[in-house]
Design a protein. Structure first.
Length: 554
């Protein structure tokens, strides 16, 4: 009996000991969260009194040696204690005017199963007695409220040192954790992204691995069309860049040529608008779409396809095999691509590009306005020419130049609020506040435009363009025609480092009734998408549908 009891005791002890062990990734995920929380909450860290990056690099080797959650918690507890006593200031009262938006906010991880009760209590105490001064690492942009970054190290990681790489991952992850307004809308929970990225960061061997596979993958996970990662290549990585002589659009897993960019080069290979590309260097367009899904950030699939087209039509080689589909048959051409962009482009243009008209009269007394090139000084002339038309088409398949409010005063009979916002609360990092005052358009104007207003949209309609569509829609006499927009509204926050640059939407943008715009975009009243056949026939099917609506009301 004693032998059996001893045997069971040994088995039980081994089970408990084994359960108390933690993996490297578990430790690093928890460390990232604690380090980021203290960075923005602890008075001495948030106030800039300690070198927080240096402390992380000093603690990571100790954390690596911890074998159990008890050892791990003890390291973090001592770390917090070493920062000194925190003055008790709780409760910190919010202004009565503040309405919090809390879909992003969650500090429940304080009760992580890896943490001792004492560690969880310390974290909660810091939250309740958090820093209330001017944040050392971030600041609020004037007038808008989205954050800017300051006092961060811009140095490249040491790719031979895993802790150096982890420091940069921790910094970026926490920047998004506390200051990205749309964290709650990510397809993959942000915690899971951290769990997956940490092993990749450790494995990265060089500049290209780290930025192209780790940082791009991290930033793509936020599902925000504003987000880009501009990696500055090392001198060794600077290879010649060549381009297909035209632009295109992805339809049905194929690239359809929509615009010739280099006339003479296109003519040399008989490239025309409407040509259909199915493969480049033996890779199908469908495969390219799939393999880049985790490396490009986009709010929705329509914008993702628009963002990757540049990557498809670019090469590091001047000899490229391109497969075309023409008249039901597949034809492969070995093409010579050139660096004709920017300063080189004019060498391959036969004549000056046709100047676009900012506004004009179409047939049947219909006005047309290109919002991408219309400026404030053009508005009086535009109004004078188009004020007596039966309809005006405002084309916002582009990026407008800040003319929305003034135009809304012309088309709207009264003032209407069209957008409200959420902005980060730097006194309570991770929480966002509603700005319900929002923005209004239009004014009391009995002499407003009486014709129909039509707005054209597509995936190129992003940010200020989407905001412009919201402004026009509020006039009450606007019909929106086209397809899903980019789904990325709100002023951007930009973060610059030596090796790369990145950004994300910095404030939340909503309709006055708090309906979302992010990822959804501006939903058209009449949905129309270009077709391969329409492009081949030289049609603008979205504009054609708008003209039909103006004539028939349907």
């Amino acid at each position: 009996m004693q032998k059996i009891t001893l045997f069971l005791f040994i088995i039980f002890s081994q089970t408990v000991f084994s359960a108390a062990k933690i993996t490297e990734t578990e430790k690093l995920v928890a460390t990232c969260k604690v380090w980021g929380f203290l960075k923005y909450y602890h008075p001495k860290v948030a106030g800039g009194e300690v070198n927080w990056d240096k402390q992380l690099l000093e603690k990571l080797p100790k954390i690596e040696k911890a074998q159990t959650k008890e050892e791990f918690s003890l390291i973090l507890e001592k770390w917090i204690d070493e920062l000194g006593t925190i003055k008790e200031v709780a409760p910190i009262s919010a202004s009565k005017d503040v309405e919090y938006f809390d879909k992003n906010f969650d500090l429940s991880w304080f009760n992580n199963k890896l943490f001792s009760k004492n560690l969880s209590k310390k974290l909660k105490f810091i939250e309740e007695n958090r820093f209330q001064g001017e944040q050392f690492y971030v600041y609020a942009m004037e007038y808008v409220g989205n954050i800017g970054m300051r006092n961060e190290s811009s140095e490249d990681p040491d790719y031979t040192n895993k802790d150096s790489k982890l420091r940069m991952v921790f910094m970026l992850w926490n920047l998004i954790e506390y200051y990205f307004p749309y964290k709650y809308q990510m397809d993959q929970k942000w915690d899971i992204t951290l769990d997956k990225i940490i092993p990749l960061a450790i494995q990265a061997k060089n500049h290209d691995d780290f930025f192209n596979l780790v940082i791009r993958r991290l930033m793509s996970s936020i599902d925000d069309s504003h987000t880009e990662v501009y990696v500055y290549p090392t001198s060794e990585a600077r290879l010649p860049t060549t381009y297909f002589p035209a632009n295109g659009k992805i339809i049905d897993d194929k690239v359809v040529v929509t615009e010739i960019l280099a006339d003479s080069l296109a003519q040399a290979d008989n490239i025309k608008v409407g040509d259909v590309i199915t493969k480049i260097n033996n890779q199908t367009i469908k495969d390219f779409i799939a393999e880049n899904k985790n490396l490009v950030s986009a709010s929705n699939n329509a914008k993702y396809l628009e963002k990757i087209i540049g990557g498809i039509l670019i090469s590091k080689s001047d000899t490229v095999k391109v497969e075309f589909l023409k008249n039901g048959e597949y034809l492969t051409k070995t093409m010579i691509w050139h660096d004709y962009h920017d300063s080189h482009r004019n060498e391959f243009k036969k004549g000056a590009k046709k100047k676009k008209e900012r506004f004009k009269l179409l047939d049947h007394n219909i006005g047309y306005v290109d919002m991408g090139i219309l400026t404030d000084r053009n508005i009086p002339d535009m109004i004078e020419l188009l004020k007596n038309t039966k309809a005006i088409v405002f084309d916002v398949r582009n990026y407008p130049k800040g003319t929305a409010i003034e135009i809304s005063n012309f088309i709207s009979p009264q003032e209407n609020k069209f957008a409200i916002y959420t902005i980060p609360d730097l006194s309570y990092p991770g929480r966002f506040k509603w700005n319900n005052e929002g923005t209004s358009s239009g004014s009391d104007n009995k002499d407003n435009y009486k014709g129909k207003v039509v707005v054209l949209l597509n995936e190129k309609t992003q940010s200020h363009a989407e905001w412009t569509a919201m402004c026009f829609r509020a006039s009450g006499n606007t019909t929106i025609i086209g397809s899903q927009t980019s789904g990325a509204d709100g002023n951007i926050s930009v973060f610059e480092f030596k090796a790369f640059r990145t950004l994300f939407s910095g404030i939340g943008v909503y309709y006055p009734d708090k309906r979302e715009t992010q990822r959804i975009g501006i939903v058209p009243d009449i949905e129309v998408k270009p077709t391969i056949k329409g492009i081949q026939e030289g049609k603008d099917e979205v504009l054609d549908r708008a003209l039909l609506f103006i004539e028939t009301g349907k």
